[in-house]
Design a protein around this ligand. Structure first.
Ligand code: ADP
Ligand code: MG
Length: 468
């Protein structure tokens, strides 16, 4: 079919034009009356659409009849991501404006049919590979108290992309708590409900690379244009835009365009917007336009169901005792939890050994040496005092100076969090206080950490120091 089209076209345009614009095209697929042709670049496609759409229409109609359709498969330039080779398009009746570029090779003689514009109803259909991982769906994203809000907001958005007040939807939370999984799940679900919508998942890192590349190649506008065609844009780990003014700027424009046009934006971040640093204020304020939903550490029940679900999917059985052991010891990161399970299964099958509690302990030790290793209350007091540049005696003293009280409360808080000591025992070791004082300290730290940014930073810093 394509061969016949080509001969027809060859007869109607100059040899030079034919060679430039038609020899590089490859026909890739014919299904019903739709012929897919592969072109080397987006620019190439635009040029064809601008200058040769009519002759293409005539040639195709001759071959395939009135219902003929042409689908462009654009071999994407690196600018738009390596893993993203295709943009498919059907030529529209309205050629895009290519400024004052000349038609260098006009059609030699006009066929009467050429007067009819290339009208295909309801088109300007862009298909961009979504980059979604179908395994990351809602079904495999187990629900628990820790993720209920984020999950249901995600579902709401999937049912009505762009049509809820959750725009953008910002999902934030610590490492390995399911941000990427949930982000994909939303995209996958939208594709299921609305297959015709253009969904794109991209990490902020890759977005940045693409942007830099586009600047180098002098096609920043193409870059922006590409993103403006998207109906649902999912950007993962936007905290990585911090300090990158150029990328933030371009993202700001894309964001505004999409938002104004009722397109859905979904973002993830490892921090709450208030804690994001080196992100422009105007961008931050937009992140807060919609809904920010946190993914928290899963509670024990959720951890158990995640483990069981994983085992079930892998067709592996494991004694209840070991499942509970895992759930009790790996709490802060679901990816680590999964890693430990895989490692456990691998060990037992390589060595042809039963999965025993002993083996589980060894493996968990490898996985969570950081968080697991029990720290002593003395050590905690030392680390906290060092951090605030005071000595341990001062920390323990009776003074009511605010910064010393805070340091003491932090020490109590971490003693509670990181050791198995009772409140009473913690109190007696940190400057002989009673258990009520310790309890009060823990509550105060919790409160301050959620309201005071500076204080939250103290908690995070200390947490890192103590658990590494
Ligand atoms: P993040 O992007 O927040 O670092 P990921 O989305 O990569 O975390 O999740 C880490 C792993 O944990 C993935 O394999 C993911 O499938 C799994 N996971 C996270 N949350 C859940 C959940 N609620 N149910 C089942 N699996 C989950
Ligand atoms: Mg992630």
């Amino acid at each position: 079919v394509w061969g016949n089209c080509l001969s027809f076209i060859e007869d109607n345009i100059t040899p030079q034009a034919y060679k430039t614009w038609f020899s590089p095209i490859k026909a890739v697929k014919l299904s019903d009356a739709a012929l897919s042709i592969q072109v080397p670049s987006k620019f190439f496609y635009e040029w064809l659409e601008e200058h040769y759409v009519k002759i293409l229409k005539v040639a195709l109609t001759k071959e395939l009849g009135e219902t003929a359709k042409l689908v462009y498969v654009i071999k994407m330039e690196n600018t738009y991501g390596n893993k993203q080779p295709f943009t498919e398009r059907i030529p529209s009746e309205k050629p895009s404006n290519v400024g004052n570029q000349q038609v260098d090779v006009p059609v030699k003689h006009k066929d009467p049919e050429l007067k009819n514009p290339f009208v295909i109803p309801g088109i300007r259909n862009v298909k961009i590979e979504s980059q979604l991982n179908p395994r990351y769906n809602f079904e495999s994203f187990l629900e628990g108290d820790s993720n209920r809000l984020a999950r249901s907001a995600g579902l709401a958005v999937s049912n009505k992309p762009g049509g809820t007040s959750f725009n953008p939807l910002l999902v934030f939370g610590g490492v390995g708590l399911g941000k990427t999984h949930l982000a994909h799940a939303i995209g996958v679900q939208i594709k299921e409900h609305y297959p015709e919508r253009t969904v794109l998942y991209i990490s902020a890192e890759k977005f940045t690379q693409q942007y830099i590349e586009s600047v180098k190649k002098n096609n920043r506008n193409d870059f922006i244009h590409f993103y403006q065609l998207i109906d649902v844009l999912i950007v993962d780990d936007i905290q990585l835009l911090s300090g990158k003014a150029g990328t933030q700027d371009v993202f700001f424009h894309i964001f505004n365009h999409l938002h104004q046009n009722g397109k859905q934006v979904i973002l993830t971040s490892d921090k709450a917007p208030v804690d994001m640093q080196d992100i422009e204020q105007r961008l931050l304020s937009r992140f807060k336009w919609g809904l920010s939903a946190e993914l928290q550490q899963p509670d024990f029940e959720t951890r158990i169901s995640i483990i069981k679900n994983k085992l079930f999917r892998d067709g592996v059985e494991m004694p209840e005792e070991i499942i509970e052991f895992l759930a009790n010891n790996i709490k802060t990161n679901i990816r680590e939890l999964e890693g430990a399970i895989i490692s456990l299964i691998a060990h037992s099958s390589f060595n042809k050994r039963e999965i025993t509690l002993d083996l589980a302990k060894k493996i968990v030790d490898n996985y969570v040496k950081n968080t697991k290793r029990e720290v002593s209350i003395d050590y905690i007091q030392k680390v906290v005092s060092d951090y605030f540049q005071m000595d341990v005696d001062t920390l323990q003293s009776k003074t009511r100076k605010r910064h010393i009280v805070q340091a003491r409360q932090l020490a109590m808080f971490f003693a509670k969090k990181l050791t198995k000591a009772s409140l009473a025992s913690i109190g007696s070791q940190i400057g002989s206080r009673d258990h009520a004082t310790v309890l009060h300290a823990c509550k105060t730290v919790d409160n301050l950490a959620s309201t005071d940014k500076q204080f939250r930073k103290f908690v995070e810093d200390l947490d890192k120091k103590l658990t590494m």
